[in-house]
Design a protein around this ligand. Structure first.
Ligand code: AP5
Length: 211
């Protein structure tokens, strides 16, 4: 399985990629997680990209492409979450796939209206120890520390101003990728306003249809 998950911030790309990875064994590759790990490491690169992340701006393409390259080579089966985000990144992905003689099975676009997304992101909590994603109301963190010890924190870029800014960038730069993949006959769309399990079922069914 080689799939790209497209969709606005808060549509559930990370949530779905984690679930599908657990169910299928495909590797979950999240450029957002790579960016946050680099920032947390305190490296020079991390310091360079922190400002982009906190403002909700895209990190420059050449940095992102270099960061994720090794992960594509490493696994045969993967789910890309948060990459590509514009046409130049989509072309870079095509070139990398060509080099490893691989093809995408599907690009799945999760669709939901902006107001719902702001509500989801405002309630998002991420476990600092496991990276698991929860929502204060819709998918609360477990109370049993053996299941997930937490702590459960709010992301720096989940403030309303940064969320609205990220959504504008999404509509402007990332949404056009739907046409990019539709032209190749590999785009599937899924209604992401449904419950988490229903969305997972629809994503898996749409990938099955396209492969
Ligand atoms: P990234 O981490 O990718 O953030 P994002 O794109 O803003 O996406 P989100 O993680 O906010 O949304 P999601 O769709 O994954 O939602 P989630 O599943 O968590 O990127 C962060 C930053 O890194 C970027 O701003 C940029 O600076 C940089 N970056 C990353 N990739 C880059 C790239 N390619 N190029 C340049 N820069 C890049 O769900 C959200 C909440 O909703 C959770 O609380 C969840 O529990 C809840 N939820 C999910 N699904 C449902 C449902 N069906 N019903 C109810 N609640 C739900």
């Amino acid at each position: 399985m080689r799939i790209v998950l497209l969709g606005p911030q808060g549509a559930g790309k990370g949530t779905q990629a984690q679930r599908i990875s657990r169910q299928t064994g495909a590797k979950h590759i999240s450029t957002g997680d790579l960016v946050r790990a680099e920032i947390k490491s305190g490296s020079e690169l991390g310091q360079t990209i922190k400002g982009y992340n906190d403002r909700g701006d895209l990190v420059p393409d050449e940095i992102i492409v270099e960061m994720m390259k090794p992960y594509l080579d490493e696994a045969h089966s993967w789910i890309l979450d948060g990459f590509p985000r514009n046409e130049s990144q989509a072309e870079a992905l095509d070139a990398m796939l060509k080099q490893i003689d691989a093809e995408l099975d599907a690009a799945v676009a999760l669709e939901a209206p902006d107001d719902l997304l702001v509500e989801r992101l405002s309630g998002r909590r991420t476990s600092e120890s496991t990276g698991n994603i929860y929502h204060a109301e819709y998918d609360p963190p477990p109370e049993d520390p053996e299941e997930d010890p937490g702590p459960f924190v709010q992301r720096e870029d989940d403030k309303e101003e940064a969320i609205r800014h990220r959504l504008r960038i999404y509509h402007d730069q990332t949404e056009p990728l739907k046409d990019y993949y539709a032209d190749r006959g590999i785009l599937a769309t899924v209604d992401a306003t449904q419950g988490i399990s229903e969305v997972t079922e629809d994503v898996l069914a749409s990938v099955e249809k396209k492969s």
